[in-house]
Design a protein around this ligand. Structure first.
Ligand code: WQD
Length: 349
């Protein structure tokens, strides 16, 4: 099959592209490189040994995106392009609604114009009500607590209504829990361009001394050790879930949502301990106050994806921590080399 991957140069997008190519599919990547860079495309090609075509296109640039649809015929779209910072969305809701929601509407307009009837959408566990009972099922109440989450929910509602109006359309909504880790080759992974908001990227910056010690946001929650509990899922398992969703979408019409998580909750302190043990390294951290807006416990019921998609996450928390750290060490080495190239040390004469 030939698949258009929006945001295909991003952390999750690049992993999805690797899995698609490994399965023998063709793909075309559009990415505006606002939170990624073209080096990911080179790495996708070197890891898979396959050629990849791409265009530096923002999905809100309808004319540029139409050139892609006019040039290639696609069987499906895997839609990962979008802004994803909760804190940034609170400061700049206008940009988030424009890029995420309007961008998706423009994308779907072109899909309809060019006869593409299948989309796999990158949704998020943040669409669930903050007090959802865990393990959270897909039928749980939907009520998000941030502009970012509300754009995801608005897009989900858009797809539900679109499928009601166009019964031959297929939309598969994948609700990510907490994706972490990196490709097992150690060649590609998350590359935050600013101070990381998420736990593991910040933890690794603290371990490597790039940033101050990790602050654990609260240890007074009603949990096993007082710190927050989350459902960490290896990004490779997450990517494989997209392939299963693609095959499902080719066989089914209508709108369907699936949780992609490990189905197990671990606390922040348990993750810190696992990371330290898995990589035989100290994690500098201190206990701070709760982060406003954080929920105590969130982990998924993944029965639906297991039974209907035939998807099964395979990697455990230790492997997630080892794969993440292997990539972080490679990234640090790359950045040291880049620094030497950009600012070569002065030769003493
Ligand atoms: C995880 C846990 C923090 C940083 C967010 C989005 C969600 C999804 C994943 C896109 C929490 C604690 C964190 C730190 C800490 N993104 N923490 N110190 O908040 O579960 O989910 O990212 O879809 O939509 O909401 O992820 O990694 O920020 O936090 O103690 O420096 O780690 O309190 O318990 P979160 P996170």
């Amino acid at each position: 099959m030939r698949v258009l991957v929006t945001g295909g140069a991003g952390y999750i997008g690049s992993m999805v592209c690797i899995e698609l190519l490994n399965e023998g599919h063709e793909l075309f990547i559009v990415d505006n490189f606002s939170n990624s860079d073209a080096s990911a495309i080179t790495k996708i090609m070197s890891i898979t040994g396959k050629m990849v075509q791409y265009a530096n296109v923002d999905i809100t640039d309808r004319n540029a995106l139409e050139v892609v649809f006019r040039t290639y015929s696609f069987d499906s779209v895997i839609h990962l392009a979008g802004k994803k910072s909760v804190t940034e969305s609170i400061e700049n809701p206008l940009q988030y609604y424009y890029d995420n929601l309007i961008g998706t509407v423009m994308l779907v307009q072109l899909m309809q114009q060019y006869g593409v009837h299948s989309i796999i959408f990158s949704s998020s566990a943040t669409v669930y009500h903050p007090e959802s009972i865990c393990p959270i099922q897909e039928i749980a109440e939907l009520k998000s607590s941030s502009p970012y989450g509300r754009t995801k929910l608005a897009i989900e509602n858009f797809f539900r209504e679109l499928c009601d109006a166009h019964p031959t359309f297929s939309a598969v909504l994948l609700r990510y829990f907490n994706p972490i880790g990196a490709h097992s080759s150690g060649e590609i992974g998350e590359k935050p361009l600013e101070v990381p908001n998420n736990l593991l990227p910040y933890l690794m910056d603290a371990v490597s001394g790039k940033r101050p010690p990790l602050e654990v946001f609260g240890n007074d929650y009603d949990t096993i050790d007082g710190s927050g509990i989350r459902d960490f899922i290896h990004v490779e398992d997450l990517a494989k879930g997209h392939i299963k969703a693609l095959y499902y979408s080719m066989e089914h019409m209508g709108c369907e949502s699936f949780n992609l998580g490990s189905g197990t909750g671990y606390s922040v302190l348990q993750l810190i301990e696992t990371f330290a043990t898995a990589n035989k390294i100290e994690v500098p951290y201190n206990i701070g106050n709760r982060r406003p807006g954080d929920i105590a416990i969130s982990f998924a019921d993944i029965t639906k994806a297991q039974q209907i998609l035939g998807w099964q996450p395979l990697k455990n928390l230790t492997e997630m921590c080892q794969d993440a750290w292997r990539w972080q060490l490679k990234l640090l080495q790359e950045q040291r080399v880049e620094a030497q190239i950009v600012y070569p040390t002065k030769k003493t004469v």
